[in-house]
Design a protein around this ligand. Structure first.
Ligand code: SF4
Length: 137
């Protein structure tokens, strides 16, 4: 029997957040869930198991702020939906997500879209240090 891959709903800007995730987050449950998702994606980089969704996704399910209005997150989604040339409902692999991130998210795009995020300083410093593909780290 062939097992179906787990289909992971992700909002657009979380494709970028995952590139810089190093274990920080809004709660212990949030970081544990994000670690689980990222581990799965790194173990199955070529499976088309990511589905782009609008609004709350797999990572948001464990966020303590999920039921508040995340207007900044929505702005980040809109920015990265366009910057990464994605459409809602599209399925892609983690490898494709990494390639789009590397191709389209230059410093100007990153600073423009992520500049209002509370995690910006951390991600920005990781961006300056990181020279390897996330699959190599
Ligand atoms: S700055 Fe915020 S939105 Fe941008 S990658 Fe980091 S955590 Fe995600």
């Amino acid at each position: 029997m062939v097992l179906q891959p787990e289909l992971i709903p992700l909002r657009p800007h979380h494709l970028v957040c995952l590139q810089y995730f190093v274990g920080n987050g809004y709660s212990t449950g949030f970081t544990a869930n994000t670690t689980r998702v990222l581990t799965y994606l790194k173990q199955h980089p070529t499976l088309a198991c990511i589905q782009i969704v609008q609004g709350a996704d797999t990572l948001c399910q464990s966020c303590p702020n999920m039921h508040t209005q995340c207007e900044t997150a929505q702005q980040h989604d809109q920015g990265y939906l366009q910057a990464l040339h994605l459409t809602i409902g599209q399925q892609l692999s983690f490898q494709e997500a990494i390639e789009r991130f590397q191709r389209y998210v230059n410093d100007t795009v990153f600073h423009t879209i992520c500049g209002t995020c509370p995690w910006y300083d951390l991600c920005s410093s990781l961006r300056q240090k990181r020279t390897l593909d996330i699959l190599d780290t």
